[in-house]
Design a protein around this ligand. Structure first.
Ligand code: CAA
Length: 263
């Protein structure tokens, strides 16, 4: 599929997906969501990719939300389908086996904030602005914001953000645990790439097991979560990468993790 609204580049185990409708502040319309879903599929199929970075093109925005020009044309049933599509695509992002980093370079509002929430963690430029402003449009978040935000930052803080629709600076977003780290705008991608490189140097099987165990455990009670962890640990230990990692430690050399998900 040729992309018009996103860009996908891959190299050294890292996929970088850039939302690319800068004139509309990278707003999520149907075409962009279709292309995004297609890109996620090609990332899934590429065994060599171990980490994904999401970012936005242009100086101003990561993603300024769902495309409002499209929303205003929708009937209630059409709106339900639109939200279903957005939730489905963002759900696929969260369900990616490999880790995903959101490098938020500007506005991450509405659907853009919801996209970042489905990544494993967020790095932000000091110009980034976060918010779920749907209430100011007379609607509510429809791409998972009412569900993922309280799970990440707590119900009280999520309710304040959603009821007021207020924009948060990067510093405010970091204070409430939405953002991991803040960088100068010109340093954001280098920092995201440096962390991605560190992650891409680890074994794919253990990376995916760690992500799956964390995500499944977050939706389970502690006893169930610990059982999930035991099984995943045992499976990892049987992998080619575990032989390499433990062997390298004992031989006092750096490990080279070449195993795939089936090794
Ligand atoms: N949808 C469609 N177009 C958008 C957009 C959006 N979400 N956000 C910005 N744009 C467009 C503007 O209409 C404008 O287009 P024109 O040049 O053709 O007029 C262009 O992008 C630049 O935007 P502004 O001129 O408004 O830029 P600004 O710097 O003055 O303001 C902003 C920036 C504060 C982000 C402002 O654009 C804004 O408030 N955007 C809307 C944010 C929003 O409400 N997002 C939630 C959408 S609903 C949603 O996401 C629901 C859901 O959960 C699924």
């Amino acid at each position: 599929m040729a992309y018009t609204s996103i860009e996908l580049t891959c190299g050294e185990g890292i996929a970088t997906l850039t939302f690319n409708r800068p004139k509309a502040l990278n707003a999520l319309n149907t075409i962009l969501l279709e292309e995004f879903a297609d890109a996620l599929e090609s990332i899934k199929k590429d065994e060599s990719i171990r980490v994904l970075i999401l970012t936005g093109s242009g100086e101003k925005a990561f993603v300024a939300g769902a495309d409002i020009t499209e929303i205003v044309t929708l009937t209630p049933l059409g709106a339900k389908k639109f939200a279903q599509r957005g939730q489905d695509v963002i759900g696929r992002l969260q369900a990616l086996a490999i880790p995903a980093i959101a490098a938020v370079n500007g506005y991450a509002l509405g659907g853009g904030c919801e996209m970042a929430l489905a990544c494993d963690f967020i790095y932000a430029s000091d110009k980034a602005i976060f918010g779920l402003p749907e209430i100011s449009l007379g609607v509510i978040p429809g791409f998972g914001g009412t569900q993922r935000l309280p799970r990440l930052i707590g119900a009280n803080r999520a309710k304040e953000m959603i009821f007021t629709g207020k924009h948060l600076t990067a510093v405010e977003a970091k204070e409430i645990g939405l953002v991991n780290k803040i960088f100068a705008p010109e340093e954001l991608m280098a920092a995201a790439n440096e962390t991605a490189k560190l992650i891409a140097g680890k074994g794919k099987a253990s990376l995916c097991a760690a992500k799956q165990t964390l995500n499944q455990g977050l939706n389970a009670d502690l006893v169930t979560g610990l059982a999930i962890e035991r099984d995943a640990f045992a499976l990892c230990l049987a992998s080619q990468d575990a032989k390499e990692g433990t062997g390298a430690f004992l031989e006092k050399r750096k490990p080279v993790f070449a195993g795939g998900l089936n090794d």
